[in-house]
Every structure is written in structure tokens, then in C-alpha cells.
Design a protein around this ligand. Structure first.
Ligand code: AQP
Length: 328
């Protein structure tokens, strides 16, 4: 069995990109491995949050994780900030990470372009905290979307450097991305990834969107003038919709292309909306159940934090010792 770690930032609401790129794999992996799924609330602080709204979003995120079908009996689900060892290891690893390496991170460049008024130190050192998240549990496998490749690479570099300096402590984690859907694109700009915080909400399908909204967003999805359902680089909008269709139904790309042979985009878009709506029905049912049972939800994240804390402390005892900090 492997140790699997992943997480999502509680900002806005989970998107179809988050689900297809990451959460879908989390569900599959929890059947076989030791899985730890965090709601990485400390990461969200790199963007200024309204405190009251943020608390609500954090709870809503946990409920969305559960509504996606993640099973707290089979995994550990918890809030990152409830396990202070994340912050402790972040500091130690930060002292073993170079400013030059962090400066090369494309997400930092993109996000500092977007939040020009708040290019804070946390935004810059974000990949160190992410490395700490993963290495704290001595994880082997990290199921994420394609956009996290560079952060996984730096995590591996940091782990190797630490092991070389202080002796083997961390396994070198492997990235795990889906074969189809590792990067779901914006419905409005298919050259850009679908994102929670996109200013143009029409580009993003949120799992919490109503059926009407999903249908509207799909109908408006940017395609091209070929008017022929095909899976290729020249038709990125259509390719993206086929990817979503395939990921949610399990049908192959070929089967979908065949199904729409000789049909225009109108029917294809409406059917893709229908696929998403059907897929989200059990999600919404479970969401309503959990959101009306917040006492139970609280026991899940408290138990999760307790278990995560114990695992984290085991690693930290070794780390502190290796770098020469005295035990308490
Ligand atoms: N468009 C995407 N396609 C496939 N996977 C995606 N992920 C995100 N967007 C896509 C994966 O979802 C997981 C959680 O992401 P995150 O919460 O760490 O945030 P992010 O990568 O920064 O995603 P967003 O949606 O773009 O959030 P904002 O707008 O807040 O920055 C990760 O595994 C990610 O790869």
C-alpha cells in the first residue's frame, strides 16, 4: 500500500477541473491505499480572504469533498491549519530551498500578475508549504492535475536535497495525473485552464452550479466554425467538451466522436450539459444531506486532524533530530 496525499484550496467552490483532474482519482485510490486528503486552508491565505465568508467556504468545501463520494472511513480528511506541523516543516524546508528555484515557478508568475496589489511572501513560498504538506506524511503518490507538475518537481528536488544532507527521511513522491482530463480548459477560453477564481464565471463549471446555469454555460461554450465534433488541437473547445463527456461517462473519445458523426454542435453541447447534470445529481443529494448534519461533519474533520497530527508528529520527530534540533 502506498501513502497518497493531495488537497485543494478552499476558495470559491470545487470546479469540474478540480474534480476530473484530481478528486476523481482520489476516490479511486482510497480503495487500495492509505489516503490523506487535506483542505489546504493555509494555502488560501495567499489571497486575502473575508474571515467570516472564509469559515463558511471551508465547511462547504469539506461537505463538497464528502459529496464527491470520498469516504472518511477509508481516508483521512482534515483541515491543513489544524495540524501545525505543516507550518513547522514549511519553515525547515524553506531554509533548504533557494529563492532562484521559487522564482522560476510559473504559478507564482501568473498569480502575481493577477494580484498585483498583493504579491506577498506567502505567494512566493507557496511551493515550499506544498512540499511540506506532501513530505510531512512521507507520501509516495500525489494525485493532482497537470498544472501542479512544476510544484511536484520542486517537491522532489527539496526531498532529495534534504535526504542528501541529513540522511534518508522522505520517499521521493510521484505525481499521478489522469490519462484523460489532466487539464480541463475554460469553456470561454479553451487555451486557458478552467479555474475557480476565473473572473469570467462562464468559463468554469462549479459542482455547485444549478442545472440551468450548467446548461447556459455549455450552450455558450466557445467552439469553432468547423461544426464537426472531432478531437484535435485545431478544435480546442470541442476537444475540451469531449474530454469532460468522456471523463464523466467512461465512454471513449472514439465512441463519443462516432455518436456525433454528422451532427452539429448544438445537440452535442446540450448532451454534454445533460451528462454533467446527471453526474451532479447524486453529488447534490449528498451535499444537502451533509450540510444539514454539520455535527457529523465536525466529527469527521476533528478525527481527521487527530490522525493526521499523529502521523505528522512521527515524521517531525525524525526531521527535528536529523537537523539538530533538541527534542522537547
Ligand atoms: N482545470 C483543471 N484541470 C485539471 N485539474 C485541475 N486542478 C485545478 N484546476 C484544474 C487540480 O485540482 C486540484 C486542486 O486545485 P487547487 O485548489 O490547488 O487550486 P488550483 O490548482 O490553483 O486550481 P484553481 O481551480 O485554478 O484555483 P484558483 O483559481 O483558486 O487558483 C489540484 O490537484 C489541481 O491540479
Amino acid at each position: 500500500k502506498k501513502i497518497v496525499f493531495s488537497g485543494a484550496q478552499p476558495t470559491g467552490s470545487l470546479t469540474m477541473g478540480n474534480y476530473i483532474g484530481a478528486v476523481k482519482n482520489w476516490k479511486e485510490l482510497e480503495e487500495e491505499h492509505h489516503c490523506i486528503y487535506s483542505i489546504v486552508d493555509s494555502h488560501s491565505l495567499t489571497v486575502r480572504q473575508d474571515p467570516k465568508a472564509f469559515k463558511e467556504t471551508c465547511i462547504s468545501f469539506l461537505v463538497q469533498y464528502l459529496a464527491c463520494g470520498l469516504n472518511p472511513e477509508k481516508n483521512i480528511i482534515y483541515f491543513q491549519s489544524h495540524v501545525p506541523q505543516h507550518a513547522e516543516l514549511n519553515w525547515i524546508l524553506g531554509c533548504n530551498t533557494y529563492v532562484g528555484e521559487l522564482g522560476r515557478m510559473t504559478q507564482f508568475k501568473d498569480k502575481s500578475e493577477k494580484h498585483k496589489d498583493n504579491i506577498n511572501a506567502g505567494l512566493f513560498t507557496y511551493p515550499v508549504l506544498m512540499a511540506a504538506d506532501i513530505l510531512l506524511y512521507r507520501s509516495n503518490l500525489v494525485p493532482v492535475g497537470d498544472d501542479q507538475k512544476q510544484h511536484l518537481e520542486i517537491t522532489r528536488d527539496i526531498a532529495m536535497r534534504f535526504n542528501n544532507l541529513y540522511g534518508e527521511v522522505f520517499p521521493i513522491p510521484e505525481i499521478h495525473t489522469p490519462k484523460i482530463g489532466a487539464r480541463i480548459m475554460s469553456l470561454q477560453e479553451p487555451s486557458k485552464k478552467m479555474s475557480k477564481s476565473d473572473d469570467n464565471v462562464n468559463g468554469t463549471i462549479y459542482l455547485m452550479d444549478s442545472e440551468d446555469t450548467i446548461l447556459k454555460k455549455m450552450k455558450r461554450a466557445v467552439t469553432d466554425s468547423a461544426n464537426h465534433v472531432a478531437y484535435n488541437e485545431e478544435q480546442p473547445g470541442v476537444k475540451n467538451l469531449i474530454t469532460i463527456y468522456s471523463s464523466l461517462t467512461g465512454l471513449s473519445i472514439e465512441e463519443i466522436v462516432e455518436r456525433y458523426e454528422g451532427k452539429g454542435y448544438g445537440a452535442f453541447k446540450v448532451d454534454t450539459a445533460e451528462v454533467v447534470i446527471e453526474f451532479l445529481k447524486p453529488f447534490k443529494r449528498r451535499y444537502d444531506e451533509y450540510i444539514n448534519n454539520l455535527d457529523y461533519v465536525e466529527t469527521i474533520y476533528k478525527n481527521g486532524a487527530k490522525k493526521a497530527y499523529e502521523l505528522a508528529e512521527e515524521t517531525m520527530k525524525v526531521v527535528r533530530d536529523r537537523i539538530g534540533l533538541l527534542q522537547k
